[in-house]
Design a protein around this ligand. Structure first.
Ligand code: ARG
Length: 477
């Protein structure tokens, strides 16, 4: 679960029957994970790449449909292969250890830390904009603020699972609150007849193959987290019914919210205003909520803080599952002896996130994140099709019509290839090289398990263990 430590999970498994999450909690988990920074930061880029208001709203809706279809394919995977570990276990089963290894390598080294970097950069932008009236805050300020946010979040999470959980409930509530405020304010203005920005909505629409792909990257970032329910299938009550149900309720709910928030933005801003705004929700607040406009930056900061905190919860999980197979440095899966938190994984993730913040901006980070992430989402939905042939014997309590994974595989190919074909940027090449560079370590450390590698790593692990007071998770009872 996004918020469960190994110990809590053990408790819940040993408890009454382990099925503690009902339909409503499942829906809340989906909604709570998906909403975060994206709806406040992506509208600008989606509009920029799609070129006009009409296509922009269509892309926001289409992203919701893709997330729902993707999640339904994941429901088949999650109920067929119930081993914990999410994608890692599906890749292991469908394609074998090399793909699974590359997945955990990319997740630990790139996807997890870059998403933390994107979320905290958005946080910093919203927290600093009110202090720089009428202009964009200096880059140095936002980068330092975002590094500070990472330090705080990592510290809180290393310190206590309970504290992190407690903050999380408050933060989830505050993100729903601010979305509701924006939607209601927008609806009131629409009712008052402010519809002039919503006419001629297709003028200037982009027809570039790659630009549309980039618009999707940014929209899909706001929807990322749609696969989270897969990680808690074991804790769901009546999972075979509730998993698909929670998906078809939760994701469309988020989609409706996102589209309405965008409509609200467009009722008070023209497309040009939106593109020029340093932080869209703040400009919205200034125009639509005036004496109360301060609530927007405050609550958006809470919301992004919640998203960053939530993404930290999962930092240890992939490392844990893959290090069990000898695919990742053992130390990353260790748990603090006294506090039961996965502190090595948290600290490693935070350090990498800070490294990513230094050279990059939000937009390029989102593009690389989505490029890498959709490569693996694509492979996961392909696994649904592959296993229909190679693993016929598996019981499939949830079986999606085959057209859904086929469509999703095609969409993922488009998403991964379109931006490269349209504008071949070196960065995508670097990203690909980086993903495959994991293989350099695979051969000696994992496949051959050479002796010198062990003699080299073992003392380092022991020293770090003593320094951080961490032990392998099995040792904690
Ligand atoms: N959709 C979220 C946002 O808009 C990002 C989710 C990051 N991914 C995750 N698995 N927690 O901020």
């Amino acid at each position: 679960m996004e918020g469960s430590s190994i110990r809590e999970r053990k408790e819940s498994q040993n408890g009454s029957n382990g099925h503690s999450v009902g339909l409503i909690s499942g829906v809340c988990l989906i909604v709570g994970t998906m909403i975060g920074s994206g709806i406040f930061i992506s509208p600008k880029s989606v509009l920029l790449y799609s070129g006009a208001v009409g296509p922009c709203l269509i892309i926001w809706t289409a992203c919701g449909v893709l997330a729902t279809l993707g999640a339904l394919c994941y429901a088949e995977l999650g109920t067929m292969i119930t081993k914990s570990g999410g994608e890692y276990s599906y890749f292991m089963e469908a394609y074998g250890p090399i793909v699974a290894y590359l997945y955990s390598w990319t997740t630990v080294m790139v996807l997890k830390p870059s998403s933390l970097a994107i979320i905290t950069l958005s946080l910093a932008e919203y927290a600093s904009t009110p202090f720089y009236l009428g202009c964009t805050p200096p880059i140095l300020v936002t980068k330092c603020l975002s590094a500070a946010a990472i330090l705080i979040i990592v510290t809180v999470n290393c310190f206590s699972v309970r504290l992190a959980r407690y903050v999380q409930n408050f933060l989830t509530a505050s993100k729903l609150f601010i979305i509701l405020v924006i939607v209601v304010a927008g609806a009131v203005m629409l009712a008052q007849g402010k519809t002039e920005n919503l006419t001629n909505t297709f003028d200037g629409a982009s027809s570039s193959f790659g630009a549309i792909g980039l618009a999707f990257y940014n929209g899909l970032w706001a929807y990322d987290g749609w696969n989270q329910l897969n990680f808690i299938t074991e804790e769901l009550k009546d999972p075979y019914r509730n998993l698909p149900r929670a998906i078809v309720i939760g994701i469309p709910l988020v989609t409706v919210c996102y589209v309405l928030v965008n409509v609200a933005y467009f009722t008070v801003m023209t497309a040009t205003d939106l593109l020029l705004s340093p932080a869209v929700a703040i400009t919205f607040g200034d125009r639509a909520l005036y004496p109360l406009s301060w609530i927007v930056p405050l609550f958006v900061t809470f919301s992004t803080f919640g998203a960053a905190n939530g993404s930290c919860f999962t930092a240890g999980r992939v490392a844990y599952v893959s290090s069990r197979e000898g695919h990742m440095l053992e130390i990353l899966s260790f748990i603090s002896l006294r506090r039961y938190t996965p502190s090595p994984a948290l600290i490693f993730n935070g350090l990498l996130a800070i490294c990513y913040i230094i050279p990059a901006d939000i937009n390029s980070l989102i593009n690389y994140f989505s490029f890498g992430q959709w490569t693996f989402y694509g492979l996961a939905v392909l696994a649904v099709i592959v296993m229909r042939y190679t693993r016929k014997e598996h019981h499939r309590p949830v079986k999606v019509p085959i057209v859904i994974p086929v469509l999703m595989v095609l969409v993922s190919c488009y998403l991964v290839l379109a931006p490269i074909i349209d504008k071949p940027a070196m960065e995508y090449l670097y990203c690909t090289i980086f993903i495959f560079s994991g293989l350099i370590f695979y051969y000696p450390f994992v496949y051959r398990k050479v002796k010198w590698a062990h003699t080299f790593i073992a003392p380092i692990t022991v020293h770090l263990q003593l320094l951080m007071e961490v032990v392998p998770p099995e040792k904690i009872e």
